[in-house]
Each structure stands twice: as structure tokens, then as C-alpha cells.
Design a protein. Structure first.
Lengths: 168, 362
């Protein structure tokens, strides 16, 4: 199963960047994210898998598809990129992946001896809001404030639009 | 208390033991996968056909008509005849469409509803997967079907489909919030997202009774928001016949159209089953506090009967909605969600958290 999922991830990632139709790229990206969720399910980390499904597949990809729907026509095709851009891009990708692979290969992985812990929702919730050791309350609050600011900003932007055309 | 309810895990356990005696463990797992798959496929097809028939009959009764009555007794084979007709129909390829995505979209929609069905508890001990995040899983999976609808609308290269898909996307994405928040209300009461735990916690009374008025409010919000999320009337803007011919599936024909149609009805079933499980106790019989005798009598009705009765009760309410209320405009639809339902459900969550904190619920 692992090879199946990783195969899907690899092939679809390649297809995402090689396809010339933008919506197909979005759908291949969706496949990549779904296969990643499948990997999380294999690890028995269902919470992470469901978050992956909701946030990435259900949220971000839908947003991407939505914006494509608004801006692109179906007959639109991307041109093949210039040779220099292609070479530059491939070399940058090669250097990046080379670094990552070198790091992974040089690191000695020791199989964990700790017993498998059940991922309990209550524990995740408590850990997220705990101020003690390994508590995540500070990042949690920071992200909440960031989100609040973004939401207020969105409302402000929407309000300006509303004043311009009084129709809606 | 509910000891004499038949436990289906005995049946599945004996099947497992029988198979284990016949073959090695790898093959046992494989055979069980195939068996479970076949059962779900059968359930899916039969329920889909029955729901279409039920919808036509309910609609007919509400509109003072007779409904299908020619094929079979009370027209009961009508939907099977329709299915055969749909299977035989020509699949029309659209020349200027995106063929890959055009063919992919129905499958995305139908796979999502299959995935959601897997986590529902049908009877005591009868549940394919019991995730510890059951409610969240069902929400996550059902939120994916909007991708299928958006792709279907875009790839058929027709303005009706595109507008239908856009409307449906905006609608599903916004109403998902209310569905999630109203389910969260019961999750706060139970303290668990596991569907089996939620059902077990209702052994001494369903949450809609135990949770005072806030639980009832969230049940009503759940009904409204889930009706909108499955694109059914009065929120069926995505396929408003009078303006958009058939919305996002205008260009689909034959069995591909049937897939969308079936998935829509099955989504209705899934939503109702989820509502029945979370608010109305799922397969748990109707129990009142400490009335041992009464509870004992109720236990004699099989748990699957309880589950399907409650589910069909909610389905009938949703159908009643569709044939009673006129269709909303898109701006009314979004106003209803963002200005009314969402603030109410947010306030409701705070109220419920307070009730749970003070220990006022039963």
C-alpha cells in the first residue's frame, strides 16, 4: 500500500507541473494531497488524515479550483516555457532534491523503541491549550490573532466593494 | 441496561472465525474486504433506488397526485425500470470539453459518498470502520464532493454548468461551517468524536432531549444547513431548472448522470443518518431515564430498525422541505448562512460549553 500511495504522489506531482491545462494541474494536486492523507491513515494517525482532507483537499484545492473557474476559460492552454527557464528550474529542483536526499541518506534512522501511543483527541486538545511543558498555547493564540486580523481585513475589503455599487 | 440488544459483532465475529478456519490470514482479510465492499455496494444501490421511489411518492402525496403506479404494485419497480433506461442510454461526449475531467467528476462525487458511508454505525456492532474522529471524518470526506461538482461544471464547457457549479461551490463551502458547528455542539456534550461512543452516551436518553434547548437549536440548524449542503430544495440553486436547465450536470447523460443523481440521494441518506446518530441516538432504542420496564420493552425492537426509522424520519423532513418551500435566491441563501445561522450556532456552542461546564445536562 505504501508503494501505491507514494507512486500516486510521485506521478501526480510530476503531472501537476507538466500538464498544460490549469484545472487538470489542480486535480492532480488534489490526488497528491489525497494520497498523502492515505499515508496518514496508514500510520493510524486519523486526526492528521482528516485535517489533511478538510484543510488541503476540501479547503485549499476548492479555493484554487474556484479561482480558476472565475478567471480561466476551458480552451486556455499554457505555452511551453523557454529553454533557459526550463534549465534553471530543473537545476534548482535538482539541487534542492539533492540536498534533501543527501541529508536523508547521511542520517542514520534508528527504529523507535517507545510504545505506540493512541492519538486521543482529548489529549491533542489539552496539549494545544496547555501552558506547561510541550504546551502549544502561545503558537495557538498567535495563529488565532493572525486569523482574526485576516478575517477583519477581508470584511473591510468586502465593505468597500459594497459602498461602490449599492445594488447588493 | 441495554444488554439484550442483538450485537452484530457476534455475527461478524463468527463469519471471521469461519473464514479463518478455511484460509490463511491474508486471504481472510482480502475476502472480508470483498464481502464488506459487496454489502456496501448492494446497500448503496438498493437505498438509492428506494430513495428515488420514496421521493416521487412523497412529492406526489404532497402535491395531491398518485405518483408512479404502473410498473409493479404501487409502481414499486418504476425506479428499477428507470435505472435500466439510464443504463441503456447513449453517453454523449462533448466535443469541446475536457474529456478526462468530464469523466472523472461523477466518480469523485460517488466515491466521496461511499467513503462517508463506511464510518456510519448501522446497528449495534455493525460499523465498517470506527474512527476515533468519526464525526470529523464524515465531515472531511463529504466536503470533498464539492470538488467533483466544481470540476463537472467547469469541464463540460457550458455556461449553465459553470454557473451551477459556482453557486453550488459557494453554497457548500459556507454551509459546511454550520453543519460542523452544530455537530460540534453534541461533540461538546459527549466529549468524544467517536460515533460509537456518541451512540453509547445516549443510552439513557437521546441528546435532543438530554441537551435542553441548545441541542434542539443545533438540531434545527443541522437540518437546515445539511439540506443546503446536499444541494436539495429549497437550496437547490445549483440545479435550478427554471434558470439553469439542470445546473452542473446539464451536459451529462446516461449512467454518468445517474451517478450524480444517485450520489445526491445517497448524500441525503448519509446526512440523515449522521443526524440520526448524533442527535437521535442512532441505533440506540428510545429509553427514558430509569424506567426499566419501558426500556426493556424498547430493547426488543432490533437496533437496525431503530437506526433506519430515525434516518428515514429525517429524510422525510428533508423531502417535506423540498416540496413545501420556494427556492431561495443566491444572496438570500448566503445571507441566511453568514448573518443568521453562523452567529446563532457560534453563540449556541458557547452556551453548550457553559452548560457542560456547570454540569446541567443529564
Amino acid at each position: 500500500m505504501f508503494y501505491l500511495f507514494s507512486g500516486i504522489i510521485l506521478i501526480c506531482s510530476l503531472l501537476t507541473i507538466t500538464t498544460r491545462r490549469i484545472l487538470r494541474a489542480a486535480v492532480y494536486l488534489l490526488c497528491v494531497l489525497l494520497a498523502t492523507a492515505g499515508l496518514y491513515f496508514m500510520l493510524n494517525y486519523q486526526f492528521m488524515a482528516a485535517v489533511q482532507l478538510t484543510l488541503y483537499a476540501g479547503g485549499i484545492v476548492v479555493l484554487i479550483i474556484f479561482s480558476i473557474l472565475l478567471t480561466h476559460h476551458i480552451s486556455h492552454r499554457f505555452k511551453h516555457p523557454d529553454l533557459t527557464k526550463l534549465v534553471m528550474g530543473i537545476s534548482a529542483a535538482a539541487i534542492g532534491s539533492g540536498l534533501v536526499i543527501a541529508t536523508i541518506l547521511s542520517h542514520k534512522f534508528v527504529p523507535g523503541t517507545a510504545p505506540e501511543l493512541p492519538v486521543n483527541m482529548t489529549e491533542i486538545g489539552n496539549q494545544l491549550l496547555s501552558t506547561g511543558k510541550n504546551g502549544y498555547v502561545l503558537p495557538f493564540e498567535l495563529i488565532s490573532i493572525l486569523l482574526l486580523a485576516a478575517m477583519i481585513a477581508a470584511i473591510v475589503v468586502a465593505k468597500k466593494e459594497k459602498n461602490k455599487n449599492s445594488e447588493i | 441496561m441495554s444488554s439484550n440488544i442483538y450485537d452484530f459483532s457476534k455475527l461478524t465475529g463468527s463469519v471471521h472465525a469461519w473464514l479463518s478456519g478455511l484460509m490463511s490470514s491474508g486471504w481472510v482479510t482480502f475476502t472480508e474486504l470483498v464481502l464488506v465492499g459487496l454489502v456496501f455496494l448492494l446497500l448503496y444501490a438498493l437505498l438509492g433506488l428506494f430513495l428515488v421511489y420514496l421521493e416521487r411518492k412523497v412529492c406526489a402525496i404532497i402535491q395531491n397526485r398518485i405518483g408512479p403506479n404502473r410498473v409493479g404494485k404501487w409502481g414499486i419497480i418504476q425506479t428499477i425500470a428507470d435505472l435500466v433506461k439510464l443504463l441503456l442510454k447513449e453517453l454523449i461526449p462533448i466535443r469541446k470539453s475536457d474529456p478526462l475531467l468530464f469523466n472523472l467528476a461523477p466518480f469523485i462525487v460517488i466515491i466521496c459518498s461511499f467513503l462517508a458511508m463506511a464510518a456510519l454505525p448501522y446497528a449495534k456492532g455493525l460499523q465498517a470502520i470506527d474512527f476515533n474522529i468519526g464525526v470529523f471524518y464524515v465531515m472531511a470526506v463529504s466536503s470533498l464532493s464539492v470538488v467533483g461538482i466544481l470540476i463537472a461544471g467547469w469541464s463540460s464547457n457550458s455556461k449553465y454548468s459553470l454557473i451551477g457549479a459556482m453557486r453550488s461551490g459557494a453554497q457548500i463551502v459556507s454551509y459546511e461551517l454550520s453543519v460542523g458547528l452544530s455537530l460540534l455542539a453534541i461533540v461538546v456534550f459527549t466529549g468524544s468524536m467517536q460515533l460509537s461512543t456518541i451512540v453509547e452516551s445516549q443510552a439513557n436518553g437521546w441528546w435532543i432531549f438530554k441537551g435542553h434547548i441548545p441541542a434542539f437549536i443545533s438540531f434545527v440548524i443541522f437540518l437546515i444547513a445539511s439540506t443546503a449542503e446536499i444541494n436539495r430544495g429549497p437550496f437547490d440553486l445549483a440545479e435550478a431548472e427554471s434558470e439553469l436547465t439542470a445546473g452542473f450536470h446539464t451536459e451529462y447523460s446516461g449512467i454518468k448522470f445517474a451517478f450524480f443523481f444517485l450520489a445526491e440521494y445517497m448524500n441525503m441518506f448519509i446526512v440523515s443518518a449522521l443526524g440520526a446518530t448524533v442527535f437521535l441516538g442512532g441505533w440506540m432504542p428510545f429509553h427514558i431515564g430509569n424506567w426499566e420496564g419501558f426500556n426493556h420493552i424498547m430493547d426488543f425492537i432490533p437496533s437496525a430498525v431503530w437506526f433506519f426509522t430515525k434516518t428515514f424520519f429525517i429524510i422525510l423532513i428533508i423531502m417535506w422541505f423540498k416540496w413545501t418551500f420556494p427556492r431561495l435566491r443566491i444572496d438570500q441563501l448566503l445571507t441566511l448562512e453568514w448573518k443568521y445561522l453562523l452567529p446563532i450556532s457560534l453563540f449556541n456552542i458557547v452556551l453548550i460549553a457553559f452548560i457542560v461546564l456547570m454540569g446541567w445536562h443529564f
